[in-house]
Design a binder for this molecule. Structure first.
Ligand code: ADP
Ligand code: MG
Ligand code: MG
Length: 249
């Protein structure tokens, strides 16, 4: 699904990623943890092609193609989805209109016809139920006046509608109460189908009780300094990151 080798990337003339390697097979969930400022969000932004985040070395293959050659929209159409990084408010454009444009673009790319307004409405209503978001949110402006939890449920709804091949969730848990966390985790878990892959960036072990990862990686200083299974997250919670940054990992 995703093969990252020796990735270097810079932001604002600052080298952030310094030779990062990750291999993700179809169906796997990889959690990425690590100290503040270690480059976790930068990785998500580089993979999704956010302007200003420039890969300066190494390679990234996504479903066998050179990801770094594609622009942001192409990456989304090819099936990469980055959640929660910049949930913009777009007053005057309803959530429904916004989602339909995104879904139609994806369908067109897959050679499928656009959905009619009625078909889309039905699908969107069903999906909003799955994330416990009242259907009235479909009529509101994109993210306009949504609470933190509602924005996240809304993004999970968008992710469900777009059916990406690789979902990147950055700090899914920040600002969520337990109920919202459960809804988001249930949403993610319901999308695990043995083919779709996930990168889940989190500061807290707690999220990984709900979204159980196949692998856990620690990112420090722009590189993966330690990888393991879910037990590594418990070890990190107990010991912090210092022992790894000091080169013992
Ligand atoms: P993390 O998500 O692990 O906390 P980030 O990837 O957000 O870390 O940040 C890594 C480093 O890159 C930090 O030093 C941060 O200040 C810097 N950085 C990230 N994005 C930008 C940006 N848009 N402009 C300037 N510096 C940035
Ligand atoms: Mg941070
Ligand atoms: Mg971050």
């Amino acid at each position: 699904m995703l093969s990252i080798k020796g990735l270097h990337a810079k932001v604002e003339e600052k080298d952030i990623l310094q030779g990062l390697d990750i291999e993700i097979n179809p169906g796997e969930v990889h959690a990425i943890m690590g100290p503040n400022g270690s480059g976790k969000s930068t990785l998500g932004n580089v993979l999704s092609g956010r302007p200003g985040y420039e890969a300066t070395g190494g390679s990234v293959l996504f479903k066998g193609q050179d990801l770094l050659e594609l622009d942001t929209e192409e990456r989304a159409r090819e099936g990469i989805f980055l959640a929660f990084q910049y949930p913009v408010e777009i007053p005057g454009v309803s959530n429904m209109e916004f989602l339909k444009v995104a879904v139609d673009a994806k369908r067109k790319h897959a050679g499928l016809p656009e959905l009619s307004a009625v078909e889309f409405m039905k699908l969107a209503r069903e999906t909003s139920k799955r994330v416990d978001l009242d259907a009235s949110f479909l009529k509101r402006g994109v993210n306009e006046g949504f609470s933190g939890g509602e924005k996240k449920r809304n993004e999970i709804m968008q992710m469900m509608l777009l059916e990406p091949d690789l979902c990147i969730l950055d700090e899914t848990d920040s600002g969520l109460d337990i109920d919202a966390l459960q809804v988001v985790a249930d949403g993610v878990n319901s999308m695990r189908d043995g083919k779709r892959s996930f990168i889940v960036v989190t500061h807290y072990q707690r999220l990984l009780d709900y979204i159980v990862p196949d692998y856990v990686h620690v990112l420090a200083g722009g590189r993966i300094v330690k990888s393991g299974t879910k037990e590594l997250a418990l070890e990190l919670e107990a010991k912090g990151y210092g022992w790894l940054e000091n080169g013992e990992g």
